[in-house]
Every structure is written in C-alpha cells, then in structure tokens.
Design a protein around this ligand. Structure first.
Ligand SMILES: NC(=O)c1ccc[n+]([C@@H]2O[C@H](COP(=O)([O-])OP(=O)(O)OC[C@H]3O[C@@H](n4cnc5c(N)ncnc54)[C@H](O)[C@@H]3O)[C@@H](O)[C@H]2O)c1
Length: 399
C-alpha cells in the first residue's frame, strides 16, 4: 500500500460484489480526506461471465476462478468477501491467515460456530475488518441513535422491528443456496433478522435473551441448473425441500431491561423491502422504514406539534452532506455501502476498528443461535456474550 493507493481484491462478483466495487470507486469523490485512490486489482468467481463482468464492467485489472489467487497477490491490501454464506468461513479464515484486512458480507457464515471461527482468526491475526451491516449508516439511523443515546427519548421501554421482503414470494423461484441449511444456515433469521438485530443493538444496547417461532410457508421449490447459485438461476422442474425458515418472530430482552419484538418474512405479497425499526421511550419515540430511507418519524414530549413529525435527513445527520446538498434530495442504498467502504478503509489506515466488526457479526449470530435453539424447544434462551471489539456500544468510535 502506498500513501494514496489501496489495492482491492474481490471474492465473488454477484450483487454484493458489484456493490462493494462501486463503493470503493466512489471513495475519492465522497471521502476525499481519506486521500486514497482504490486500485481494483483482482476479482475471483468460478463463473466465467462474472469474471468477464469484473474486468469489462467493474474495472478490475484481472479476474480469476480461485479466490486463493486474490489472497496471494501482493498488490492486494484489502479484500471484499461477497460469497454465499457457506464459503464465508473458509475464505475469511484464509484471508486472516494471509494478513489481509477484509470486508465481509452478513450473515458472517452460516452458524454462530462459523462466525466464532472467523472472529477468533481475526483476533489472532490482529486485523481490522468490516461486516455488511449497511443500514446502520443511514443518516436517519445516525440521528435516531443520537436521540436515544442523548436521553432525549427518556428511558427506552421497547423496540419493535419488522423486516418484510418479497424476494422469495414466487413459489416457483429456484431452490438456490439460500434455502439449504448446509449452504445458507438459517433462513430469514440470518439473512434479514441479523440486520434488524444489529440495528437494535446499535441503537439501544445488548440483547441478552430471546424466544422465537418460525415457519416455512413454501416448503418445496424447483431445483436450479447444475452448479448455478445465483438467485436468477433457471429452474429445472424437479422440486426439492426448502430447509430453513421463511418466517420468524422474536421476543427479546435487552440487558438494561428494555424489551423488544421483531419479525421477518422473505415470502410476503405486498411489502418489497419493508425494513422498519421503532424505538419507544418514556419521553419520545422514533420510527424508521428503509423504504423511506431519508425520513425519520419523531415524537418528543414538548414538541410543538402533537404526534409524529417527519424529519427529512439533512446536512448534519450522519454523512448526508457528503452525498446531497440539502434535505429532500434523497440518498440511496448504494451510498450506505460507500460509507461502509470509507469506514473500512479508514479502519485499515488508522489501525482502529471503526466499521461494523467481526465481533458485531458474532454478536448478531449469537442472537440467531439463541433464537434457533428456541425454535427447537420453544423456551427462552440467553444470548452468548461477545467480549471482542463490538462497535455498538455508547462509546463506539466514529468516522
Ligand atoms: N448487506 C446486505 O444488505 C446484503 C444484501 C444481499 C446479500 N448480502 C449477502 O452477500 C452475500 C452474497 O450475496 P449476493 O446476493 O451477492 O449473492 P449472488 O448470488 O448475487 O452472488 C454470489 C456470487 O458468488 C459466486 N461464487 C460461488 N462460489 C464461489 C467461489 N467458490 N468462489 C468465489 N465466488 C463464488 C457466484 O458465482 C456469484 O457470482 C451473502 O452472504 C448475502 O447474505 C448482503
């Protein structure tokens, strides 16, 4: 790594791989003070079309089939791991062993055991990392966190979250890796609720115990063609079993006494990506919906208007001013990933964990683990404590 160039290696050129690449490219524009020009060195994907796209569309200097070649390249300073969940552990542990700081997508592996192995490998190597908990970076969430942490909402009593998606609502959509326990781990628990649970911990604090119910509404799907793992894969007709939950609902208790509920579905008819989080306190509350990324509903005791006021995010809220000049002009989903890329690169340059960490990834996976235990026996389960470099606490470092 020279003073101004940082060599990027990408593992997997799917939806997230393309988005990470755009995010690195946007850094000099939106975070000029970092003083870095990302050099897209090499991308790995076993699918030839994906490799072709990496070079011709995304701008990588070369593309390879085997991810080890990315880790072995001395020009690669940082690595993005955007593979399906079942590959996370092998790739992340190898990246840590190679001494390469990495930015990995959530959920971090299939099970808490994968997340723990990744976390421990990173701690042994003494690396900084980033995990794809992108919703944290929405300026409205940053504003909500300030209101909660400053005490303006009073004592937090309860949190309500809901992550309702339609991405698997077609019963004839193919049986990709996302529906197999061996390759995905859990269903919506890891895929969607890990985001919501991370947000709840980021805004309010550590979740200490949980109980859950789950259901699979579409229990068979047509198998995709040989070797294809992408969600756009063509189905072949023969149907196979869906092995993880389409829907889950959680009750939980925070360590400090607040309580919460959160549910999620991937097979909704109606909502597209309706990811909401509401935080209620004794003197006010905030409500956010990802589909209205730039708005925060706020109700505070003593405000002039009774009930909820819509706050449109504005310069001063999170990193909004880096993207738009004034309230009402919207930021988008890609921008959240640019902020995540900036936090990752700044973490690497400063040697300080600023971005969501592998400890945060393990913390979310530990709640999912407790929820899965509850799905099996119907009981409440304590969540294993994570003592590593979590960045959800009150004194979390910021960029
Ligand atoms: N942060 C978010 O909001 C968010 C959103 C979507 C997905 N994700 C996560 O990102 C990860 C990837 O999801 P996606 O939607 O980009 O998947 P995708 O299906 O679009 O892409 C997966 C890519 O992995 C490649 N791949 C398969 N085997 C490989 C191997 N051995 N080596 C290298 N590449 C290989 C495939 O060819 C494909 O290009 C998952 O963990 C998912 O949970 C996160």
């Amino acid at each position: 790594m020279t003073a101004d160039t940082i060599g990027v290696g990408l593992v997997s050129v799917g939806w997230m791989g393309r988005l990470h690449s755009r995010a690195y490219r946007a850094l000099p524009d939106h975070f000029p003070e970092l003083g870095v020009r990302p050099r897209l060195v090499v991308a790995a994907d076993p699918v030839p079309e994906a490799r072709d796209q990496a070079v011709t569309r995304l701008g990588y200097e070369r593309a390879v089939a085997d991810f080890h070649e990315v880790l072995d390249d001395p020009a690669v300073d940082v690595v993005s791991i955007c593979s399906p969940n079942f590959l996370h552990r092998e790739m992340a542990v190898a990246a840590a062993a190679a001494g390469k700081p990495f930015w990995i997508e959530k959920p971090m592996g299939r099970y808490a055991s994968d997340s723990r192995a990744i976390h421990d490998a990173v701690e042994r190597a003494g690396l900084v990392t980033s995990v794809g908990f992108n919703y944290r970076h929405a300026p409205a969430i940053q504003r909500a966190r300030e209101l909660v942490r400053s005490g303006r909402l009073g004592r937090i009593t309860n949190v309500r979250g809901s992550l309702l998606a339609d991405y698997s609502s077609d019963p004839d959509a193919p049986l990709t890796w996302r529906f197999e326990r061996e390759r995905a781990g859990s269903g919506v628990l890891g895929d969607l609720l890990s985001h919501g649970l991370d947000l709840a911990q980021y805004l309010v604090g550590r979740i200490a115990s949980v109980t859950a119910l789950g259901e699979t509404f579409i229990d068979t799907r047509p198998r995709p063609g040989q070797g294809i793992v992408d969600r756009t894969a063509a189905a072949t007709g023969e149907r196979g079993a869906v092995e993880n939950e389409d829907y889950a609902a959680l009750l939980f208790r925070f360590e400090d006494g607040a309580v919460g509920t959160m549910d999620s579905s991937r097979v909704m008819r109606g909502p597209h990506a309706e990811y909401t989080l509401e935080v209620y306190g004794t003197t006010g509350s905030v409500r956010w919906d990802f589909q209205r990324l730039n708005e925060l509903q706020v109700a505070l005791d003593g405000q002039e208007v009774d009930g909820y006021v819509t706050h449109f995010v504005a310069p001063g809220d999170g990193h909004f001013a880096r993207f738009q000049p004034g309230a009402g002009t919207a930021m988008g989903y890609d921008d959240l990933k640019t902020i995540e890329a900036a936090q990752f690169v700044a973490s690497v340059l400063r040697g300080e964990q600023l971005a969501p960490s592998v400890a945060d990834g393990l913390a979310a996976a530990s709640i999912v683990e407790a929820a899965e235990a509850s799905l099996a026996d119907g009981a409440w389960h304590d969540v294993a404590r994570v003592d590593g470099r979590v960045t959800t606490g009150a004194a979390a470092p910021v960029l």
